[in-house]
Design a protein around this ligand. Structure first.
Ligand SMILES: *Cc1c(COP(=O)(O)O)cnc(C)c1O
Length: 379
């Protein structure tokens, strides 16, 4: 974390570092420039739209999994606006036709249901089908769109029943936090199964799950993958990462409210796993805290928990050089992605404020929440 006077921050708060975000965007932009591919922001990972104009200087547009996300991308970034829904709602579709330029359908049945509406639209809209190549290297079913019985995407057998005439592209999304070697192996299956159809199409979308901005990511292999598909099938390649855009660019800063003992040392923070970092419980995983260690690695080990009444609202066990004190600040790392977008006010816990650290180091408060935000969605 760059120089910040933590004592001045309204906690809990997310702090997104504009400099780090730009570093990620530079990497993505260089992939676009070297290959001619287009990269979209998958908003389900990161929807902090005050940064969309800046992100739009680097990327080709946004992609969405719902009408609201599509609208947000359209209003706040403009540029290309893609959408994929596992199933479209009839009453969303008119508005989708007004704002989206690429619509991906989950299967041929969905395409047939909405194809006439697309054709009657006076806007130029390209359509695709999400395929399920039935190949993924993801261990957890929660994040594996190819597990048996998955509702996401069309298998080759279903695709070959026909009716896909008129589509412009194919879309697959079968990766999660993975490197380019997984993409390379996935493409071999995609080609083997769907390659014969690709020659007639305009684009292929490789979906998300590419950890492009991670230190050990093999960018050269990604470029090989993109150029291979582009040259062999003469298609425009799209990528739509979410995580990779804001990976390691944000923090969640919290304050210790109390410390106590019950057979071990405990601390209660003003931030909650359940409300403010739900993936800690859902994935689950253990976020890093600056200046902390694994349990017992440093002298004082604490189990950190949230301010809710949920017994399981436990963030994890961490050790520190000194005893934790009431009022002390703790900084959780990599909290820009899948945090803000998933947070909630369970148990009446306020939402974290949203802050930006600008390139000149200045901290800007983008948004603070209050009682009305909690009350407003409950009656
Ligand atoms: C979630 C999702 C993404 C982004 O995935 P990341 O793992 O955040 O890169 C892209 N496309 C689709 C269809 C998704 O569902």
């Amino acid at each position: 974390m760059r120089n910040i006077d933590l004592t001045k921050l309204p906690t809990p708060c997310y702090v997104v570092d504009e400099t780090l975000l730009k570093q990620n965007l530079e990497i993505l932009k260089s992939v676009m420039e070297r290959t001619g591919c287009k990269i979209l922001l998958a908003q389900k990972a990161f929807s902090m739209y005050s940064l969309y104009p800046m992100i739009g200087e680097y990327l080709s547009g946004t992609t969405a999994s719902s009408l609201f996300e599509a609208k947000l991308g359209y209003e706040e970034m403009g540029k290309e606006t893609h959408i994929y829904n596992p199933a479209y709602r009839e009453d969303d579709f008119e508005e989708i036709l007004q704002i989206c330029d690429h619509i991906v359908f989950n299967n041929v049945k969905q395409w047939k249901l909405f194809r006439d509406k697309v054709k009657q639209s006076n806007r130029e809209i390209q359509c695709g089908i999400r395929i399920n190549p039935e190949y993924a290297e993801i261990e957890t079913n929660m994040y594996n769109p190819c597990f048996e019985g998955s509702r996401l995407g069309t298998t080759l057998a279903d695709f070959e029943e026909g009716g896909f005439e008129g589509i412009d592209g194919l879309h697959f999304h079968t990766m999660c936090e993975q490197n380019a070697d997984v993409l390379w192996r996935t493409l071999q299956v995609v080609e083997e199964k769907f390659g014969k159809y690709l020659h007639q199409l305009k684009w292929i979308n490789f979906g998300g799950g590419h950890h492009i901005t991670r230190k050990d990511y093999d960018i050269e292999l990604l470029i090989t993958c993109i150029m291979h598909m582009k040259n062999k099938y003469q298609v425009q390649v799209y990528l739509e990462p979410g995580e990779a855009i804001a990976l390691n660019t944000g923090y969640l800063v919290s304050t210790v409210l109390d410390t106590l003992e019950n057979g071990r040392s405990l601390a209660i923070l003003d931030t909650s796993a359940a409300c403010h970092m739900p993936d800690v419980l859902e994935m689950p995983y253990r976020p890093n805290i600056i200046h902390s260690g694994q349990p017992d690695e440093k002298r004082y080990t604490y189990r950190l928990g949230g301010p809710t009444c949920l017994a399981g609202d436990v963030i994890g066990d961490y050790s520190f050089d000194d005893p934790l004190k009431r009022g002390e600040k703790l900084v959780f790392c990599d909290m820009a992605i899948y945090s803000m977008v998933k947070n909630n006010t369970f148990n009446g816990i306020n939402l974290p404020a949203i802050l930006i650290q600008r390139e000149n180091g200045e901290i800007e408060i983008v948004k603070q929440f209050n009682y009305e935000d909690f009350k407003g969605r409950l009656s």
